[in-house]
Structure formats: structure tokens, C-alpha cells
Design a binder for this molecule. Structure first.
Ligand code: PGA
Length: 258
């Protein structure tokens, strides 16, 4: 059975004084041993955060696809690992849109991260335009196939389904839409990597909060959540961890593995 994974994505938020939130989240997380959790922080906070945490994992939000070289302003997977990160997000829609990252680049980033022993979360998700055109599943499945790193395995890879129009907007898809998309992603994973698909966790992301987390986490094939705004403070993130931990007991009844 896949363990639930809840990941906070702090984006470009967080200075040293917010490390007390990391500390508080970490302290609370000790109560949820059946859950996996991580905070993907701005690179500037990774090292300090790893000095404070005891249970929660610390990750990055992006990585360069090269191991080293003339890439001013970028960070390699080895640098992130040296700072203390044990995982990284790649292909977040904010990067796909703002930095024009392609599927091929996202795949190369995921492979570079894995080469250095980092776990990887590959993000996929459709724009509102594609959803309204009835192309959401086709869009996501195409993105997934082209972004999936070689040797993909649940031992180190998760997928985050994040509809672009649900990020930071307070809007979420219907539970039926979430379930259908997660089943489509699982099926595509089976097509691409066969049995290895069974262990890959598929997270939902986009306006997850303590009011909608229980319903989202009970959808078939939703193995966790990627949480932006609500992960910035213990007050809003810890309740999501608690809900995910409580929902773990119901999984046998709700999970669809193939
Ligand atoms: P949000 O962001 O929870 O603030 O919508 C999620 C994400 O972009 O990962």
C-alpha cells in the first residue's frame, strides 16, 4: 500500500524568521507516524531548516538538469543535496509558464535529481482553456508521458496533478473530476512503466486546505497532496497533516490500485 504523502510548497515565500513555522510543523508531525511529509522551501532556507527538523523532510522547488556548468543563478541536484534537501519538485506550472520549461526539460531535471539521490515530484496539470475545451485528460496524459523520467519508480518518484486554474485561486475541480484524472494518470503510468506504476504516488495540488483535504484525500488514487498557501504556517498545515493521517485508516476501502 502506498503511504500518504503531504508536501508543502512554500514557493517564493519565507525568510529566516519563518523557520519557527518549520519547527512547529516538524514538532507536530511527530504525531503522525503513518504519514510521509515534506516542506519544499526556498533554496535559501534549506540548510537552516535541515538543522532544525527531526521528522519532516526538507526539499527544493526546482533543480537544473545539468550536473554543473555555466548556468548562472541555477542550482544543481548535488548542491541541493549538499544543502540538506532530500527531494525536489520539478515542472511546477509556475515554472512551465514563467520560465517556459518544456516537458523534455522537466524530464531531464527529474533524471538529474534522481542521479544525485533526490526523490522527485513531477507536476502536471491543464490550463482552464484546455479543461473547458474538454481536453484536460489528454493534456495531462501527454504531459506525463513526455515528462516522466527514465527508470521511474515509486521508490523515488511521485506525480502531482495540479490543475493550473486551481492553484492559489480557492477553486478546486469536482471530486469526480479529481478521481477521473487520477485514474487516467494511474492508467497512463501502467501503460508506460507497467508494474512499477503501482508504487508511484499521485498527489493532488491546487487550493488544498483543511476544509477540502478530507474529501480530496478520499478520492480513489489520491495518495496525498501538494499544498501551497496553506503550508506556510503550522496553524493551517498541521490540520491537513492530521486529516491525512486520519484518512490513512480508510484507505483500504477507497483505494483503486490499477
Ligand atoms: P496552492 O498552491 O495550494 O496555494 O493553490 C499549490 C501549488 O502550487 O503547489
Amino acid at each position: 500500500m502506498r503511504r500518504r504523502l503531504i508536501v508543502g510548497n512554500w514557493k517564493m515565500h519565507g525568510h529566516g524568521d519563518q523557520l519557527r513555522q518549520v519547527e512547529a510543523i516538524d514538532a507536530a508531525f511527530a504525531d503522525f507516524p503513518s504519514l510521509d511529509a515534506a516542506l519544499c522551501l526556498p533554496a535559501t532556507l534549506i540548510h537552516s531548516a535541515t538543522q532544525q527538523v527531526r521528522t519532516i523532510r526538507v526539499g527544493a522547488q526546482d533543480v537544473h538538469h545539468a550536473d554543473f556548468g555555466p548556468h548562472t543563478g541555477n542550482l544543481s541536484a548535488a548542491m541541493l543535496r549538499e544543502a540538506g534537501a532530500t527531494l525536489t519538485i520539478v515542472g511546477h506550472s509556475e515554472r512551465r509558464i514563467d520560465q517556459h520549461e518544456t516537458d523534455a526539460e522537466v524530464k531531464a531535471k527529474a533524471e538529474a535529481a534522481h542521479r544525485q539521490g533526490l526523490d522527485v515530484i513531477v507536476c502536471v496539470g491543464e490550463t482552464l482553456e484546455r479543461r473547458e475545451a474538454g481536453e484536460a485528460e489528454a493534456c495531462v496524459v501527454t504531459q506525463l508521458a513526455a515528462s516522466l523520467p527514465a527508470g521511474a519508480s515509486g521508490a523515488w518518484l511521485s506525480i502531482a496533478y495540479e490543475p493550473v486554474w486551481a492553484i492559489g485561486t480557492g477553486r478546486i475541480p469536482t471530486l469526480d473530476e479529481v478521481s477521473r484524472m487520477h485514474v487516467a494518470i494511474r492508467s497512463e503510468l501502467w501503460r508506460l512503466i507497467e508494474e512499477a506504476a503501482a508504487g508511484v504516488r499521485i498527489l493532488y495540488g491546487g487550493s488544498v486546505n483543511q476544509d477540502n483535504a478530507a474529501a480530496l484525500l478520499c478520492c480513489p488514487n489520491v495518495d496525498g497532496a501538494l499544498v501551497g498557501g496553506a503550508s506556510l504556517a503550522a496553524e493551517t498545515f498541521v490540520p491537513i497533516l492530521a486529516i491525512a493521517s486520519a484518512a490513512t485508516g480508510n484507505r483500504a476501502a477507497t483505494i483503486v490500485t490499477e
